[in-house]
Design a protein around this ligand. Sequence first.
Ligand SMILES: Cc1cc2nc3c(=O)[nH]c(=O)nc-3n(C[C@H](O)[C@H](O)[C@H](O)COP(=O)(O)OP(=O)(O)OC[C@H]3O[C@@H](n4cnc5c(N)ncnc54)[C@H](O)[C@@H]3O)c2cc1C
Length: 521
Amino acid sequence: MNRQAFLASIVARQEAWDIAVIGGGATGAGIAVDAASRGYSVVLLEQSDFGKGTSSRSTKLVHGGVRYLQQGNLSFVIESLKERALLLQNAPHLVRDLEFVVPNYLWWEAPFYGVGLKVYDLLAGKYGFGPSKILSREEVLKHIPTLEQDGLRGGVIYHDGQFDDSRLLINLVQTAAEQGACVLNYARVTSLRKDSDGSVSGLAFRDEENGRDHNVRARCVINATGPFCDELRRLDDSAAAPMIAPSQGVHIVLSRDFLPGDTAIMVPHTRDGRIMFAIPWNGHVVVGTTDTPIPAVSLEPKPLEHEIDFILDTAAGYLSKHPARADILSVFTGIRPLVKTEANNKTATLSRDHTIQISKSGLLTIAGGKWTTYRKMAEDSVNQAIVLGRLPERPCVTKNLPVHGFLTPTKTLGPLANYGSDAGQIAELMRQQPELAKPLHEALPICGAQIVWSAKHEMARTLDDVLARRTRALFLNARAALAMAPAAAKLLATVLGHDEAWQARQIADFNEIAAAFLPSQ
Ligand SMILES: Cc1cc2nc3c(=O)[nH]c(=O)nc-3n(C[C@H](O)[C@H](O)[C@H](O)COP(=O)(O)OP(=O)(O)OC[C@H]3O[C@@H](n4cnc5c(N)ncnc54)[C@H](O)[C@@H]3O)c2cc1C
């Protein structure tokens, strides 16, 4: 993973790529893995860092989706549960089985949710993570001692998957590169190139690090820009009607004191009729999410005050210790790439959840879906790209393709467990340079070796890349991330060959980004 080398090979290439992918989130990275592993030549371009968009801001669940069960979308739940099992099989270092309790405070909840979650087990079939079970009040409290006890009657326990979204994303980009794809971050696509007959034949992108423009020729161009896909569609056709109805979701992060065990809470029906989770994650607790329609998309969406209040109020109904604003360590916001139903009239919907649209000029746009189903979305997109680009037919191989870092988890890796098979090399770096083994802040088990590793091997380019997505410092504790910024900037500058002025600019930029992760008091 060397940015300079990838850029050089893009610039040097005379012939057309089989597939050019725009967008380095779960969808684009998945497509690059799928296409490269089938043996096609692939270039992936991301305007910012890999995973900067929605794909680092999810609830971090690999799940069938209890919500879709409630909506009666059973075929989608079955597809998602199958993908959940494939992800656990192919990335066991990042995906794990997690127990969830649905606490019951009303008499009808135990039989109602008990039956619903038995249906969930049934739909998972041989891909199930474990059976659901009705629990007594005492059993519920054994799993979650900090649950609100007033009126608690019992609960239902079930299993689903959990993961680290941006770590999986980076590992997918690495997998794509290992399969032969050329991947470039900080490369913003600025226009599409067309043949004399008006069909898309390539694109132009700007290297955001130096402002230089480059052209790429491709037999098929895939727009995998998630919530941003309408901007790209308008580069193709200025009159394109919007496909996306953007909506944002907010999560708050609290200390483990609020939920000390290894079991998550699932609230199936909040005041506004949504599902809410409180989930143990990386030594902290993530609580969310909201669903607020927004007029425009941005790379740094900001939480709204009423969304934070809503999460705190809902959490207070279920936790014995009520969280307040001062307890929030970080707050993060992501934009759902929801596809408008009106737009579906003219699209080929391959599943009820994600939508593939092919424009008159042959631009393939894939939107919607969720992290859990990224592999299936990629398979469907590449199957269409083969037809559009007149590429030789080759079967998809990703069902059994291990993701970079593949390693059956062991307890011995400690805080480096999420790096899977790379953990040994990072530990070796710490042995060789003990100053890199020290935590950069007392509140988080993140050390200098991780910063050095991500700059050398994971194409991290900025302070935000290392503190938000290669490590999860910003998402776990925004104040701690700000405090470790100068030390991390220095390490990054040493590896990437930058001076003190660069470090100062990085710290200033990071301060601005981190402001959106700190709630007002
Ligand atoms: C609050 C929330 C919680 C969620 N929780 C879950 C969950 O628990 N489990 C689950 O399975 N799913 C979940 N999802 C859904 C899942 O996160 C998304 O479906 C998925 O991340 C979308 O990925 P994407 O690649 O399509 O979009 P993105 O991750 O947004 O990627 C699109 C990329 O395109 C890039 N881009 C845009 N324009 C250009 C350009 N001109 N040139 C180059 N690049 C460009 C952007 O910078 C961005 O990185 C959640 C979503 C939200 C909002």
